[in-house]
Each structure stands twice: as C-alpha cells, then as structure tokens.
Design a protein. Structure first.
Length: 79
C-alpha cells in the first residue's frame, strides 16, 4: 500500500488465474464498509481521500469454484 497525493494504491497477494478481487474501504474504524468495485488484477487505486484521515481497506478473492473470506483490514493514515 502506498499513499501519495490523496491516493492509496492497494495490492493483494495473487490468488491465481481467473480470480475476481472485490475491494472495500471503511472510514469509521470498520463499522461500515463501502464497496470500491472489483478488478481482475490484485491491485486497486483509491483516489480522493482526505489528508490526515485514517482509512481501512480489505479485499476478497473469488473464483468460480470458491469464494474466499474478506482479508484482515489494513489501516492507513493518508499523509
């Protein structure tokens, strides 16, 4: 994860081929989660964040055979 210019660049561990990664963000300590969409690559950029505000991010990797649980949240304070 890299926070530069109010943008956070997220990167997940690759779960193989034919995987869809679902991304979420929380701005209230994990009480509520906002969907950030899905990607076929294990990475996602999130622009427009507020400087000095803490956020949490998580992802889920889904395949046609199984749906994995959400990852542990990762916190970042946008510089």
């Amino acid at each position: 994860m890299d926070a530069v210019h109010n943008v956070v660049h997220l990167r997940a561990k690759s779960a193989g081929d034919n995987v869809i990664y679902y991304w979420q963000m929380s701005a209230d300590g994990g009480q509520t989660w906002t969907d950030l969409g899905k990607t076929r690559e294990p990475k996602k950029s999130v622009p427009g964040l507020t400087r000095g505000k803490p956020y949490q991010f998580r992802y889920r990797a889904d395949t046609s055979k199984l749906s994995k649980l959400w990852s542990d949240p990762v916190g970042v304070l946008v510089p």
